[in-house]
Design a protein around this ligand. Structure first.
Ligand SMILES: [Zn+2]
Length: 415
């Protein structure tokens, strides 16, 4: 055997190994694709849950924020009230001090008048006593500092005159004293009224202070709640971002797998067959759902319960992926449950067309099966995987990318 022959043999062996590898790789590749589909469904479910959690956390947050803002304005009101009361109290205290000073002045005036009255009274008494004791001349003479009776009489007359003046002075002083005492009484009444007012202001202030204290406590609680919810919201946002990234990665992987698979046959139907002939109701359309895109249609809620109804191939083709190993799937495959992917070949524009059927209860299709549109039963509908109730989740992929099948590829009233 020469080198060329050896080379040729080696090439043949390599080619054989490659072919065996390719044949052998079909189910593996298909299983991987199915797992990726399941993974994608699971991630979308997770995204939905996170979005719901995020929405409710955001609702809680805005409620807390509102509570906090309300408390904030209440605290402002109470603080304003306290400031006003404090300024009123300051004014009142000044009034009390002023009244007190006036009262003290009145007391001093009273004392001065009383002293004057007492002095006048004493002097008058002495003089009156001296005049009364006319029988004791020597005593009165001594008092009046006189030596003879004529002088005494003159002086006694003078003393009488002075005594009358003293009496008048005293009367005037007593009238003034009475007036000052009356004014003092008025001042004391006014002071008492102001003190009463001060007491009521102080009681109002005490109430406001205690209300402010309560509000401060509530405010602190609301503030800490807001902070907590803000951190919850940001953690949900982070999770949501991570999940979205995973969804994008998984979706891209499925697309890449479909693109790497050589489509067989030709897709030339104007419309596909309705995948569940006995149930022609749609429970959820393609498009926005829970803030995300539902990339398929859900078939359920017709007059006949969907569970156990036959799922047929929507068009002629070949089964390229099946998940029938576990009800829920395991690990990455959790979500879609029992599911099938069918390759329908290439359409007139050269694009590969695939369909996917998820959440089945019983699987009939096997990888590599050739299927006939509207006839071949792939599975029976159910509620396997991550579902809220039995339904068929049906997808159409064009060149690996999911499109809205409704109206364009399927319609409940056509086929
Ligand atoms: Zn669905």
């Amino acid at each position: 055997m020469n080198m060329t022959c050896k080379h040729r043999l080696l090439s043949l062996l390599l080619l054989g190994a490659l072919l065996i590898g390719m044949v052998g790789s079909v189910p593996t590749e298909a299983a991987t694709m199915s797992e990726l589909e399941n993974k994608l469904e699971k991630l979308e479910k997770q995204e939905k849950e996170i979005k719901n959690n995020l929405a409710s956390a955001n609702t809680d947050l805005s409620a807390s924020q509102e509570r906090k803002d309300l408390l904030d304005s209440q605290i402002d009101n109470v603080t304003e009230q306290i400031d006003l009361l404090e300024s009123q109290l300051a004014t009142t205290n000044k009034s009390i001090r002023d009244k007190q000073a006036e009262i003290e002045q009145a007391v001093a005036d009273i004392k001065a008048k009383e002293d004057a009255i007492r002095a006048t009274h004493d002097l008058l008494g002495q003089r009156l006593r001296a005049i009364a004791k006319t029988g004791n001349l020597s005593a009165i003479q001594r008092l009046l500092n006189t030596d003879n009776y004529t002088d005494y009489l003159l002086k006694a007359k003078a003393a009488e005159c002075i005594a009358r003046q003293d009496q008048q002075t005293m009367d005037e002083l007593e009238a003034a004293l009475a007036e000052i005492n009356r004014q003092k009484g008025l001042l004391e009444q006014e002071k008492a009224a102001i003190e009463q007012e001060k007491a009521s202001l102080e009681s109002l202030k005490a109430k406001s202070d205690s209300k402010k204290k309560q509000l401060d406590t509530l405010y602190a609680a609301a503030q800490s709640e807001v902070r907590k919810l803000q951190s919850t919201v940001s953690s949900y946002n982070k999770k949501l971002e991570e999940t979205r990234k995973k969804i994008e990665e998984a979706d891209a992987a499925i697309e890449a797998l479909i693109k790497s698979t050589q489509s067989v046959g030709k897709y030339d139907q104007s419309m596909m067959y309705w995948p569940v002939p006995t149930v022609r109701a749609i429970s959820s359309y393609y498009g926005e759902r829970w803030g995300t895109i539902h990339r398929g249609i859900d078939i359920a809620n017709g007059p006949i319960p969907i569970y156990g109804q036959n799922i047929v191939a929507a068009a002629d083709g070949v089964v390229i992926a099946v998940n029938y190993t576990s009800w829920y799937g395991t690990g990455w495959s959790y979500g879609y449950g029992y599911c099938v992917i069918v390759d329908h070949g290439v359409d007139s524009k050269g694009r590969s067309i695939h369909t996917m059927y998820a959440h089945a209860s019983k699987m009939f299709a096997r990888v590599g099966d050739k299927v006939v549109g509207g006839k071949t039963v792939l599975a029976q509908a159910g509620n396997s995987g991550d579902v809220n109730g039995p339904h068929l989740h049906f997808e159409v992929r064009v060149d690996g990318v999911r499109v809205n099948p409704y109206g364009t590829y399927v319609h409940p009233n056509v086929n």
